[in-house]
Design a protein around this ligand. Structure first.
Ligand code: FES
Length: 106
């Protein structure tokens, strides 16, 4: 198990204990975190699971793959820290990860 914090747009902090190997999106949906729609179910085909990685975690999370980067073009208010949460798998290296939900999805 690893710790994952998802900060909703209204500032509510969702502190979760999650399975290693699960994605940030799966955990957001499972715990009814508002603002993560995930319309395609994690296929990297909708950009409605957009999150901002907390500055302290950007290096550990790393950069998106080409396919994710293309899909991010369809997200709302994309920033350098933007990622699609269905493409981030929890691991021991990401224990304590913090992500922020944007104002809205595309
Ligand atoms: S759930 Fe559709 S791109 Fe992540």
């Amino acid at each position: 198990m690893t710790k994952l914090s998802i900060i909703a747009f209204d500032g509510t902090r969702h502190e979760l204990e999650v399975q290693t190997g699960s994605t940030v999106m799966e955990n957001a949906v499972r715990n009814s975190v508002p603002g993560i729609e995930a319309e395609c179910g994690g296929a990297c085909a909708c950009a409605t699971c957009h999150v901002y990685i907390d500055e302290a975690w950007t290096a550990a999370v790393g950069a998106p793959e080409a396919m994710e980067e293309d899909m991010l073009d369809f997200a709302y208010d994309v920033r350098p820290t933007s990622r699609l949460s269905c493409q981030i798998k929890m691991s021991d290296a990401l224990d304590g990860l913090v992500v922020h939900v944007p104002e809205r999805q595309a």
